[in-house]
Structure formats: C-alpha cells, structure tokens
Ligand binder design. Structure first.
Ligand code: NIG
Ligand code: FE
Length: 426
C-alpha cells in the first residue's frame, strides 16, 4: 500500500455493522454498532476500509503498516469532536428531470390536490413535457446540481428513476444521463426504469396501449443497453392498476430487472400486497398500506422505503413506521427527490422527519438511511456500513454523538465527505 487515509479519534464511529447480510429489522434497527473514541483506516489505493476500531488499536495498526512498508504515506483526518457515519444512501429519487414546478405549490396551498393537478395534465406530465424538450446535456447539467447538493448533505449513493420521458427515446435519454453522471460525479447512481410513472396524454384514452409499449418496446431496450437494475411502477388509483403494474413488473423480471413499487401513496390500493406477490425488493411510500399488506411484506422480506418528506410536502399523514418495525418489516428512508412532491436533497432532514413524524428513534433512522437503504438497492455487500472490506464511503458530522444529528434540524452538520477513500467535501 502506498497511501493510507487515517480518520482519527472520532467522538463516535457509527458502524451500523452486524446484520450478517440481511437488512436490519425489529429491535435490530437500534443496533448501530457505536464505537466511542474510534478511528477508521482506509487503503488509499483500493478505496476500501482496512481497519475500524478504537484509537489505541488504530495507532498500532497504522504503526505496523508503516513498519511493513516505510514509504507509505499516511494522510490523517482529525475527527476529534465529530462523528463518523457510513456515507448516507438515498434509495428512491427522481433525480433526472428538467424544469421546476413552484407554481404547483401555490395551487396546492389554495386547495388543489396532487392528483387533481396530475389529472389536469400538470404534475408529472408537466415535468415530462420539460424533460422531453431538454437535450442530454441540459438534463445532465440540471441534474448534476442536485447531485452536488446530495453530496453536500452527506449522501454518497442515490438510486435514480426514469419516468419523465414516457416515450422510448426520452426514457432512454434520462437513463443515459444517469449513467453519465454516475461515471463523472463522486456520488454513485443506481438506476431504475420507471416508464410506468404516468400515462402520457397521448394514451389517456387507451392506457393499456401505453402499458404494451412499456412492456414490448421500452423494457427490452433498457435491458439491452444495461441501463437499469430495477423496474418501478406508480401503482395508484387513476395511474396504473394493480393488474397493469403486475404485468409490467413481471415483464421487467423476465428482462432481469428487479421490481420496486410506488405503493399505497394516496389511497389503499393493494400495492404492498402486490410487492409481496411479485417479490419486489422494496415497496415505497406506503402511507395507506393495509395491515395485510404490511404483514405480507414482512413475510416476503420486502423492504419498506418510507418518504416522510413527501408526506409533509403533500400534507398527508406519514406511513406507519412503528407498526412496520413491530411487524419485522425492514424500514429504509429516502428523500423521494422529485420536482413535485419532495424538492429536497437533504437526507438528514428526512431523518429528522423520520423521528418527528413517524416516531422512529435516532438509531433507527440511521439504520434506515445506511444499511437498510443499501439493501433496498441491492448494494449492501459494498456499502451501507463501516466494515473492513467495504468501500470507504464515510461522512463526518460536526456532532458529539449521533442523537445530536436528529435533535438538530433544518441545518447541515456535514463536515467532511469521503467517497471511495477520497475526500470529496471538506
Ligand atoms: O414518488 N408518486 C409518484 N411519483 C413521485 C412524484 C413525481 C412528481 O410529482 O414529479 C413520487 O412522489
Ligand atoms: Fe417517487
């Protein structure tokens, strides 16, 4: 090894380790592996974590390394008075889109509902019109700014969905932009195809024809170009029915895409039950998920990705996180970053809302935005906890302990972000 990054003497290292390859559930979500006065050592060449532990052990680890190869360069990051967490992971975003929708905030404040705005051709369809008009360059430029802000809030990996193109070419364009940003930006992007985000105006009178296009034209091309790992649908009254959603997700599976679902957001619609039936990796939103749906998700190991920022922004009651945790459903948290129902890149704010709106504990919200979020995007073998052999995606917060993070809100306490063993925010 030619170089080591030595994150030294943190007030707490919150490892979130110890789930043995599975998402954390039940009381396990509070088990976040706090090391007081801890250090982390990273191999600068591989960008992987090579040591996690107490300060004296770290000192002897680094000394041994220097003895073994005296030329090794040690770069020390003084973490005194700070805490170290795994880089935060956002498992549900609509990152790539063009234009903005501030006019809809005022419409909603005057009483229009999210669904009324969509049914009148606004909402997702407004963003679709803007996205169709944009070039790949324009889309990349606008989306990159959002990615920059995610990073400044301690987020090192995001999932990103298509779904503002709603034609084969425009869906592929969005996914190509996501791939390009993944390659050029420090934040890693995991892509999801969501051609079934809304029925475009052209197919309003024949939604089944649009479903056919998603299945027969879009999915094969997305799979062929290797542009997505997951397939998602907006299963909701007035958007895609349970039956249409099932057909799309099953077709996705045949192309190697793992199902995800926007489930039971506005009305109780059977989305959680469908997630269990098709073996989805996650069901997301779940504001109106039924008891039976929650029970089925626990049985099938479907992760609940909860989006309390969206509930707040739409002024809806949040999902029943406590009941889900009690039922042994693994819970993850996400911003749902999108132009209509949750325009924020602050995952730490979403953690606050997890506590304040859904009564999750500070430890649970950390699990929900690290290891459980990693599981929700199929990346838990590489990221989501601070363990030897995992990627050195680390975030230092200017906080004396982890509870202080959720006790403060609406402020950014990020001090330093390390991605793949390199300091990217300081
Ligand atoms: O997850 N619910 C559907 N899709 C997004 C919102 C997209 C938009 O309004 O642009 C969501 O909330
Ligand atoms: Fe969403």
């Amino acid at each position: 090894t030619a170089a080591l990054l030595y994150v030294k003497d943190a007030a707490q290292v919150v490892t979130v380790a110890g789930a043995s390859g599975k998402p954390k559930t039940g009381a396990g979500m509070n088990d976040i592996g706090v090391i007081a006065c801890g250090s982390v050592v990273v191999d600068g060449d591989t960008g992987l974590i090579v040591f996690v532990g107490s300060v004296p052990e770290a000192e002897s680890f680094v000394r041994d390394r220097i003895q073994a190869s005296p030329a090794v360069e040690v770069h020390t990051v003084d973490a005194a008075g700070k805490i170290v967490l795994p880089g935060l992971i956002d498992p549900h975003t609509h990152l790539v889109f063009a234009g903005t929708r501030e006019h809809e905030l005022e419409m909603r404040l005057q009483g229009a509902t999210y669904m009324e705005i969509l049914q009148q051709g606004g909402g997702i369809l407004y963003s679709t019109a803007q996205t169709r008009k944009a070039t790949e360059e324009q889309l990349a430029e606008q989306s990159e700014k959002r990615l920059d802000r995610f990073l400044l809030h301690g987020v090192t990996t995001v999932e990103a969905k298509s779904g503002y193109g709603l034609t084969t070419d425009d869906e592929l364009k969005q996914l190509r932009v996501a791939r390009r940003l993944h390659e050029s930006h420090p934040v890693d992007i995991v892509s999801t195809f969501m051609g079934a985000h809304a029925v475009p105006a052209e197919y309003k009178t024949d939604p089944d024809e649009y479903v056919r296009i998603v299945i027969e034209e879009m999915l094969p091309k997305v799979a062929e170009e290797g542009l997505a790992d997951f397939c998602d649908v907006f299963c909701e009254q007035g958007v895609f029915t349970v039956e249409q959603s099932e057909r799309i997700l099953e077709a996705g599976k045949r192309h190697g895409l793992i199902p995800k679902i926007h489930a039971d957001e506005i009305v109780s619609f059977g989305g959680a039950e469908l997630a269990a039936k098709v073996g989805a990796i996650s069901a997301d939103h779940l504001l109106k998920a039924s008891d039976e749906g929650i029970r089925r998700m626990a049985e099938e190991g479907v992760i609940a990705v909860l989006l309390p920022g969206t509930a707040l922004y739409l002024r809806e009651e949040p999902a029943r996180a406590r009941e889900m945790i009690k039922a042994s459903v693994a819970v993850a948290l996400s911003t749902d970053r999108n132009p209509g129902s949750c325009p924020t890149e602050s995952l730490p704010l979403i953690q606050n809302l997890g506590c304040l709106m859904m009564r999750m504990t500070p430890a649970e919200v950390i699990t929900a935005s690290t290891i459980n979020a990693a599981h929700a995007i199929g990346r838990a073998a590489e990221i989501g906890s601070i363990e030897v052999g995992k990627k050195a995606d680390l975030v230092l917060f200017d906080a004396p302990n982890y509870a202080y993070l959720q006790y403060n809100f609406g402020v950014n306490l990020v001090d330093t972000v390390i991605k793949n063993g390199r300091i990217v925010v300081q």
